[in-house]
Design a binder for this molecule. Structure first.
Ligand code: ACO
Length: 372
């Protein structure tokens, strides 16, 4: 059975920054309250021309560059987002088109902020089954478009951004070792976007009532998160036959500093075992774990050979954890010539390809109309 290694990683956040002081001009809040209750100082907000696929493509191309893998070599793209571009088509398909991943199947997974762990697990399972070799997983969010900027309970928490991993098959042991996935739909009301689906289709009334915005019972989510996080880490470690002492770094979902502190207390671990960057990005939902991982790698908090745990929770309710033995890019076998891949250049190829396909589809439509 092949192993599923994480061989590439990338992140992207839009340039504009919204600080707590900026927020204090918009709603009745202040920097001190937000920092003390959440640990957040600032967050990035997408420009009008940026969408989940735009952000996701940037992160994906960086991840492919690290893995030295061409988009055309991908077999599978999974995108996970709490703020997808559309109900359908899947954001994964938009990313597939924009990076020119000509042979990849692409679909979305919806598990709110736990989506990245669930998606990496699904990609790893597909690799371990032997059915595919190369997968791309993208977590991408433009949450700023589904936040009520007059609601101080929610608007202080979230930010925009994207992160991506490339997973590849190898006979070398390591990579994704274990994962646990959990859900409890009885808590669905605690965190939801009630409007715009088929239960509550978008109408003038739903918009007037703000049902197209994130609704959250903050206290309920806080209680749930602190209950499940530490336990999920223990479960994933047990199933990997690993001990807490073996772990170099825990990368938790970045929702609230106090939630991470509670998990650290439960696990009797010092806070420096946890990668935390919620102060600079806020809660970027599905993108928070890959963004934190990329920064942990940049800061050498994660090195090749390290054992790492990812843990997350979110709407659904959903929660899960994953253990990984970090490998880094796979070495090129001596029998293979070292290839040089510049995934950024594929963007141009992908644009031309997409345009040609659209023109061909138009011509085909005109011709078939004549036949009828
Ligand atoms: N600024 C100033 N005061 C505020 C603000 C604000 N932004 N928001 C609330 N307050 C006030 C409240 O009105 C309340 O005042 P009162 O005591 O006079 O009534 C007081 O501050 C305390 O409010 P609480 O709601 O009790 O504050 P709490 O400590 O619970 O923190 C928070 C609220 C930060 C939302 C916390 O509950 C939390 O982080 N919950 C988890 C949220 C979360 O992680 N969501 C994402 C999940 S992942 C996903 O799937 C997207």
């Amino acid at each position: 059975m092949p192993f599923a290694h994480i061989t590439g990683w990338g992140m992207y956040v839009p340039e504009p920054v919204l600080t707590n002081n900026d927020l204090a001009k918009m709603v009745d809040t202040n920097d001190q309250w937000i920092r003390e209750r959440t640990g957040i100082r600032e967050r990035h907000i997408a420009r009008e021309t940026e969408f989940p696929s735009t952000l996701g493509v940037e992160a994906a191309l960086k991840a492919l560059a690290v893995a030295n893998l061409a988009p055309t070599e991908l077999d599978l793209i999974i995108c996970t987002s709490s703020s997808p571009e559309y109900i359908f088509p899947a954001t994964a398909c938009l990313i597939q088109d924009q990076i020119g991943a000509t042979k990849a199947g692409a679909f979305d997974i919806q598990a709110a902020c736990t989506g990245f762990i669930f998606s990496v697990n699904m990609a790893a399972q597909a690799i371990r089954s032997g059915s595919i070799k190369n997968a791309l997983v993208v977590g991408t969010e433009v949450l700023s478009r589904i936040i009520n900027w007059t609601d101080r309970n929610t608007c202080i928490l979230f930010g925009d951004g994207a992160g991506a991993f490339v997973l590849q098959a190898s006979d070398k042991p390591g990579g994704v070792i274990s994962a646990v996935m959990h859900s409890d739909g009885s808590g669905a009301d605690a965190l939801s976007l009630p409007g715009g689906g088929t239960r509550c289709p978008a109408t003038e009334i739903t918009v007037r009532e703000g049902k197209h915005f994130v609704h959250m019972d903050g206290k309920e989510v806080f209680r749930f998160a602190t209950r499940v996080m530490g336990h999920a880490v223990t479960e994933a470690l047990e199933s990997a036959n690993m001990k807490l002492e073996d772990v170099a770094c825990i990368v938790p979902h970045q929702a609230n500093y106090r939630i991470i502190e509670t998990a650290a207390r439960y696990l009797k671990l010092p806070m420096d075992k946890f990668m935390v960057n919620v102060d600079r990005y806020g809660n970027t939902s599905t993108a928070s774990i890959p963004i934190a991982t990329v920064e942990a790698l940049q800061n050498k908090r994660i090195r090749p050979g390290d054992k790492v745990v990812f843990v997350g929770f979110g709407g659904g309710l959903t929660w899960g954890a994953m253990t990984v033995e970090w490998t880094g890019p796979l070495p090129t076998p001596p029998t293979q010539k070292k290839k040089h891949i510049y995934p950024l250049q594929y963007r141009i190829f992908a644009k031309v390809r997409s345009l040609l396909l659209r023109i061909l589809r138009r011509i085909e439509g005109l011709l078939s109309r004549k036949e009828l």
